[in-house]
Design a protein around this ligand. Structure first.
Ligand code: ATP
Ligand code: MG
Ligand code: FE
Length: 334
């Protein structure tokens, strides 16, 4: 199967061609990070406009670089949601136009299933598996018993992990997006500050990061009030250690409970060097195979949407030209 994937849920306009759900033939991304940086975050209206600017070019680029023609495609897969509604609509309408013109089936994709399926470019999925989804808008433990079947067994009660990274970075005066900046800053620091870990109730698979975020902000304000120079590298390292410890322990607990044959990590925060190294250590100690995407496939891209769309296509998922973007969407429905 040859699938064109299209992704516009946030601030990257992306299109990619994927063969058999496992081989990336092309992967074109136009990132708006430089545009949004001066606002300190993604401005939805600005994002939509740039998607409109880029969508045609990026789709053509994906097709040109793939070495195939429109006739070789089996379907077009597009992110239906969740995400910024104005941004999603550009991808959905672009996909509908291309599907109509070229007479191709249209497959709706849930963005988070895309993040999960980025792992299939690294290793074939083996079930049952546990996926830790850690992105800008999500922190979830997802249990999968077969391809294209998702059950959320834990979720955040407040902030997403990526959101916490971005807010702490802003408190430290670092630019958007904050995750990579904190990661870099932490390299030179020691985790010497005892920030809280929210374990919640005994056995809970849910997460909470707002207490940690407040603790970091309070610590920074106290230091500033006392006229101390900020030990930003230690703050970054301590914050990162607190986040990764909770993520790793809860994921391992879930994996043992579900007798998982594989652990996947998905979403932008899976690019974090501390999360990657601690997950690797823990999974090795437990003897459970771990898969994490390469850095380029951790954040938003369309290859992952085509990969998940391949499963949807094979299962018969189809949308007609009434398909609409949705800001929020349940993963269980995909
Ligand atoms: P969602 O996927 O939930 O809809 P999104 O698409 O905006 O949200 P992603 O693109 O998956 O999110 O990930 C972006 C997030 O990943 C940002 O919060 C960013 O700070 C974070 N991130 C990226 N690289 C790193 C890193 N090295 N360490 C920590 N966080 C990172
Ligand atoms: Mg993004
Ligand atoms: Fe994402």
């Amino acid at each position: 199967t040859m699938i064109l994937g299209i992704e516009t849920s946030c601030d990257e306009t992306a299109a990619a061609v994927v063969e058999n759900g496992t081989v990336i033939r092309s992967n074109a991304v136009s990132s708006q990070i430089d545009i949004h940086r001066r606002f300190g975050g993604v401005v939805p209206e600005v994002a939509s406009r740039h998607h409109v600017d880029q969508i045609t070019v990026i789709c053509e680029e994906a097709l040109n670089q793939s070495g195939i023609t429109w006739e070789d495609l089996d379907a077009i897969a597009v992110t239906q949601g969740p995400g910024l509604i104005g941004a999603l609509l550009v991808g959905v309408n672009g996909a509908k136009a291309l599907a109509y013109v070229h007479g191709l089936p249209l497959v709706p994709v849930h963005h988070i299933t895309g993040h999960i399926y980025a792992n299939r470019f690294v290793h074939e999925l083996e079930f049952p598996l546990i996926a830790l989804v850690v992105s800008g808008g999500h922190t979830e433990l997802v249990s999968m018993k077969e391809h294209g079947s998702y059950e959320v067994i834990g979720t955040t009660r407040d902030d997403a992990a990526g959101e916490a990274f971005d807010k702490v970075a802003r408190t430290l005066g670092l630019p958007y997006p904050g995750g990579p900046e904190i990661d870099r800053m932490a390299q030179g620091g020691r985790p010497s500050i005892d920030f809280p870990r929210a374990w919640l109730e005994e056995g809970s698979l849910d997460f909470s990061f707002s207490g940690l975020k407040s603790a970091v902000i309070n610590y920074v304000h106290n230091e500033q009030q006392r006229g101390h120079e900020l030990n930003s590298t230690d703050i970054a390292a301590s914050f990162q250690e607190s986040v990764s410890e909770v993520l790793v322990k809860k994921t391992m607990y879930a994996a043992k409970q579900m007798r998982a044959r594989q652990i996947l990590v998905a979403g932008g925060v899976s690019a974090n060097s501390k999360v990657r190294s601690e997950m690797e250590k823990a999974a090795r100690a437990q003897g459970i195979p771990l898969v994490i995407p390469p850095l380029s496939l951790c954040t938003d891209n369309a290859a992952m949407i085509a990969a998940s769309g391949t499963i949807g296509f094979l299962k018969g998922a189809r949308a007609d030209l009434s398909l609409n973007g949705k800001a929020s969407l349940a993963i269980e429905d995909f």
